[in-house]
Design a binder for this molecule. Structure first.
Ligand code: SF4
Length: 352
């Protein structure tokens, strides 16, 4: 298996080519205790399933081999949904990867919902640290704080800094840890204001559940506004991918666009090579590379898609809305999925 220089770099004159993947997140589950309005994965408490240890190792190994063939080193992170949903399996995956000599685990991402007491938090973080986890990433913002008590987040961060050292704990977003916002006690108008403020402050991308639930909070423009905004950078030239528990491979920022599958005897490396050879035949990738979500809209019209008269809050909102339509009608199921990413009506999460 070789990753040719031609394929690993973008071409100045010809069509764009596929970058070597160097950063990969294993989405171990779509389950989450929370149901954040911003969640780009559309994770939630009604989802189930968790990647097996064997599948995680196979994907991890294949990612390692792909990066090595391109002269790179893979950086792996574990995420979800909420990877601490099945603590025993999470620990088993990290241990098995370490024992197999796979590339060290860069980070685990969590919302800290499980950090209910000091002893439990310390013991889990000590084990992950001992097994080679380089960093812990704790997600907290106004969206997560609707579902996860801030005391648990603080406990996880403080104990994490003590156990791992301050540099190995990353908080996404520090400003919301310093000044939490609890929207549970707000009526709808100030709640919307708090969400809008957060969206604008961090320039959040409106994909997944955010497209369904938050786009209404921002100014919307006609689809024509987004004409010609190619996504080659996001889907072909990004070096970051996610792989879910079914083996679906997604661009790092565009959940629900299936680049290929690492399942049924195919590896991540197979998916990369297949995409590098024939991304022009991928109906979604070809469209968004040619002309962004506006081009995807054009190609969805024959299936009955009609653009929103109220407009779209950005090119990703348009993309997500078109894909939602296509997914619901079973168009291009090999390339748009899985269903979990397109379930708009999941029930509310367990609020504290
Ligand atoms: S418009 Fe679609 S393909 Fe382009 S960056 Fe946004 S989600 Fe990804």
């Amino acid at each position: 298996m070789e990753c040719s220089r031609t394929n690993a770099a973008s071409s100045a004159d010809g069509p764009p080519s596929l970058a070597a993947w160097e950063f990969a997140g294993l989405l171990l589950t779509y389950w989450c205790n929370a149901r954040c309005a911003l969640c780009y994965v559309s994770a939630g408490p009604t989802h189930s399933g968790y990647m097996s240890v064997a599948a995680a190792l196979a994907v991890w190994r294949s990612l390692d081999q792909l990066a090595a063939a391109c002269g790179k080193t893979m950086r792996i992170h574990l995420s979800g949904g909420e990877p601490f949903h099945d603590w025993v399996r999470l620990a088993a995956i990290v241990r098995a990867a370490r024992d197999a000599g796979l590339t060290p685990l860069e980070k685990v991402e969590t919302n800290a919902f499980w950090a209910t007491d000091d002893g439990l938090t310390r013991s889990r973080l000590e084990l992950l640290g001992a097994l080679g986890m380089e960093k812990l990433v704790v997600s907290t913002d106004v969206f997560h704080q609707e579902f996860v008590p801030i005391e648990r987040v603080r406990r996880c961060v403080e104990i994490g800094r003590a156990v791992l050292g301050p540099r190995r704990v990353v908080v996404r977003r520090w400003d919301f840890l310093r000044s939490p916002v609890d929207v549970r006690c707000l009526s709808s108008t100030p709640r919307d204001d708090a969400f809008r403020h957060a969206l604008l402050r961090h320039k959040e991308r409106l994909t997944g559940r955010a497209a369904t639930e938050l786009a209404r909070l921002l100014p919307c423009l006609p689809a024509e506004t987004f004409r010609g905004q190619s996504c080659a950078k996001e889907v072909l030239q990004s070096r970051h991918v996610h792989v879910d528990l079914y083996g679906n491979v997604f661009p790092g920022t565009c959940m629900g666009i299936v680049l290929g599958r690492a399942a049924g005897g195919s590896t991540v490396a197979d998916a990369w090579h297949s995409l590098a050879r024939s991304w022009q035949q991928h109906p979604v990738v070809a469209a968004v590379v040619a002309g962004g979500s506006h081009e995807l809209l054009q190609r969805a019209r024959p299936f009955g898609y009609r653009e929103l008269r109220s407009g779209y809050a950005g090119k990703c909102h348009l993309c997500a809305h078109v894909r939602q339509f296509l997914c619901e009608r079973g168009v291009w199921p090999e390339f748009i999925g899985p269903a979990e990413c397109y379930l708009a009506g999941a029930s509310p999460g367990d609020r504290p």
